[in-house]
Design a protein around this ligand. Structure first.
Ligand SMILES: Cc1cc2nc3c(=O)[nH]c(=O)nc-3n(C[C@H](O)[C@H](O)[C@H](O)COP(=O)(O)OP(=O)(O)OC[C@H]3O[C@@H](n4cnc5c(N)ncnc54)[C@H](O)[C@@H]3O)c2cc1C
Ligand code: FES
Length: 244
């Protein structure tokens, strides 16, 4: 983990509620797709965690959805503004588990961290399929990015627009070697219940410190209590225990 000042290089709306934020600064602590950064915002006591969507040396790309005060405040921040950011948080996805034909399952803004994963898998020569779910067609902020990488993409739309499948679990293909999922907890649970093969799932939780010190994000897993921020946010399927 590293703490540093980052300069906003871009903060641009992609849809009505989703923005792309590019931050220039030290990216050396970011080592795996699925890690996150934790951003301090003026007047807010707790930092706001956002997943790494893409990274190049000295530039990290995030995609955030307006959820409340912090993300709303972020939308008004202009290029050149400096932000205090903790980077390189969390374990991230394990690319080495993918096999030759990995499947990516994204729910809404949870599709963002799958982009860097897709990029690395494609660079390693894998055949990548992605099923990305949105509530409505105009909320799809990223399926084109995955197509541009050469992934085979299926978009699901919860309101059923154009006869699209409604949920990610309505469009699960067969024959994948490993799956990676990120999205809201009900989606993760449905994916968990309906997939037989091995996979990794990325969880969200309200966070205090974001780096393992406060225990505020602890979940009971099969292997004991785990901190979503430090032991996760990514867990292997067999580690996961759901609350009753
Ligand atoms: C590891 C991790 C990665 C994340 N990655 C992204 C991302 O890439 N893009 C993105 O848009 N969001 C992401 N989130 C969620 C994001 O952190 C919250 O939406 C944000 O902190 C809300 O802040 P706010 O001040 O706008 O809203 P608040 O006013 O704090 O909250 C508004 C609503 O959002 C809910 N909420 C707040 N924080 C979280 C949280 N951590 N998890 C789930 N629900 C929350 C609250 O319960 C409330 O209903 C991530 C969260 C985690 C833990
Ligand atoms: S948020 Fe403090 S331990 Fe996870």
């Amino acid at each position: 983990m590293k703490q540093g000042l980052y300069t906003i290089a871009e903060n641009k709306p992609l849809t009505e509620a989703v923005y792309r934020l590019r931050l220039a600064g030290d990216t050396s602590a970011i080592t795996a797709p699925g890690q996150f950064v934790n951003i301090a915002l003026p007047g807010l006591y707790l930092r706001r965690p956002i997943s790494v969507c893409d990274v190049q040396e000295g530039l990290v790309t995030l995609a955030y959805k307006i959820a409340g005060r912090g993300t709303e405040q972020l939308t008004a921040m202009r290029p050149g503004t400096r932000l205090d950011v903790l980077s390189g948080l969390g374990n991230g996805f394990d690319v080495s588990l993918s096999g030759d034909e990995p499947l990516l399952l994204g729910g809404g803004i949870g599709s963002a961290p799958l982009y860097l994963l897709a990029k690395q898998l494609r660079a390693a020569g894998k055949t990548v399929r992605a099923v990305l779910g949105f509530n409505a067609l105009n909320e799809d902020f990223c399926s084109g990015w995955f197509r541009a990488l050469g992934c085979e993409v299926t978009v699901t739309i919860a309101d059923g627009t154009g006869g699209a499948p409604r949920y990610v679990t309505d469009a699960l293909p067969s024959g994948y070697s490993f799956y990676y999922a990120c999205g809201p907890e009900p989606m993760l649970r449905a994916v968990f219940d309906r997939t037989a093969g091995p996979g990794q799932l990325s969880f969200e939780e309200r966070m205090g410190c974001g780096f393992g010190a406060c225990m505020g994000c602890t979940h009971q897993m099969r292997t004991g209590p785990k901190r979503i921020c430090k032991d996760g946010p990514v867990f292997r399927k067999e580690e996961i225990a759901w609350p009753d």
